[in-house]
Structure formats: C-alpha cells, structure tokens
Design a protein around this ligand. Structure first.
Ligand code: GLN
Length: 194
C-alpha cells in the first residue's frame, strides 16, 4: 500500500496541511476526485465551511467513496472537517459522513470575531509542553460513545478526540509551525512515525 496522505481539496484551508505534511517528509496529494482518493493511505478533511464542503462532496460524488475509505483507512477532520466526520450535525444543510461516533454543533464558540487562541495540554504528547491552538468558528464536539478517547479539552469540553485511527479536532493544527498534532495522528499508522 502507498503511504501517500491525501488532503481533501474541495474548499477551505487545505494548503497549510499540504505544507505541514511536506515539512514532515510525508508524501501527500490534494484530493478532489475519487480516483485520487484511491491513491491515498490516509486522508485529512480540512477546515473551511462545512455546508459548502458537504455540497461539493455530493457534487463530486465523493460521499459514499469517503465513507468506504474511512471504513478501512485513517481520517483526520479539522473543524469543518470534524463536523463532516460526525454522526449528527445541528444543521440539516450538512450531510454528515458518520465516520466518528460524535455529535457536532456548528459555530459553538461564536462567530468569526469570537475566534481565539489558547494553550492546551495534549494527552498524546509525551513531552507535555502546552500546545497553542487556534479556534476559528469552532464546532462543539460531543462523543456518543465511550470508545472515543479525549486527547485535549478546553473549559472541560473535548476539542480533540480519537477513535481508532481517526482523529477529530475543533481547532486548526495546520496554522502553526508546531507539528505535534499531525505527528500524533501519523504515529498510529504511518511507517515513518513508528
Ligand atoms: N463553523 C464552520 C462550519 O460550520 C467551520 C469553521 C472552520 O472550519 N474553521 O463549517
């Protein structure tokens, strides 16, 4: 199997993930079409606008394809990407992919002007240094199963979680030079990180 990590590039903040993966020496590619997904061994669904991304997923006929991909391969969803990975979403315009057993509430932390940065403790990081996380119109993510591992919390609410090889984040790990979050995800499956 190839070790190419795909980044869904239909809309939103995909370029910074490409940059981070390249900086980590991980082979990567943008994914817009189903055949490009076939070439990947893992996928990042970036932040952006979940309603628009959901429409584009239908338009590019990727809905079923993404679900089949996630049944076998790791997916990391960031912000809008995490909303799409949920089982249920509080907005009927988003058709969730049901990749992780969680519920997403869009814009839970307020509008664009309420965006903020804060230090988090990461449970998956051995060094234990604080991680500066950037929240931009971030969703609330509520686990629907006790199989979900909470990897970081903000004000007692989970903002980063893992279920098997999948990870969902309410904040944007690509908007910093600190690559610990991508590494934390890659460690579970990518040969260069084991
Ligand atoms: N609130 C946005 C949405 O619902 C997500 C914001 C983001 O990805 N930074 O799509």
């Amino acid at each position: 199997m190839s070790d190419v990590v795909g980044v869904l590039a239909l809309q939103g903040a995909f370029e910074k993930h490409i940059e981070m993966l390249s900086a980590l020496g991980v082979e990567n590619q943008r994914v817009r079409y189903a055949h490009e997904l076939d070439e990947c061994s893992a996928l990042i669904i970036p932040g952006g606008e979940s309603t628009t991304m959901s429409l584009l997923i239908q338009k590019f006929e990727l809905y079923k394809k993404l679900q089949e991909f996630a049944a076998e391969k790791p997916v990391m969803g960031v912000c809008a990407g995490a909303i799409l990975m949920a089982e249920t979403v509080d907005d009927a315009r988003v058709i969730p992919l049901k990749i992780m057993p969680m519920t997403a509430a869009r814009n839970n932390y307020g509008r664009q002007v309420c965006s903020f940065s804060t230090d988090l403790d990461l449970e998956c990081d051995a060094e234990g240094l604080p991680y500066q996380a950037h929240f931009i119109r971030a969703p609330g993510l509520t686990p629907n199963s006790d199989k979900i591992e909470k990897l970081a919390s903000y004000n007692g609410e989970p903002v980063m979680m893992r279920s098997g090889r999948h990870m969902a984040l309410a904040f944007h790990p690509e908007l910093t030079k600190d690559s610990r979050i991508h590494e934390c995800w890659l460690k579970r499956f990518h040969p260069s990180f084991q």
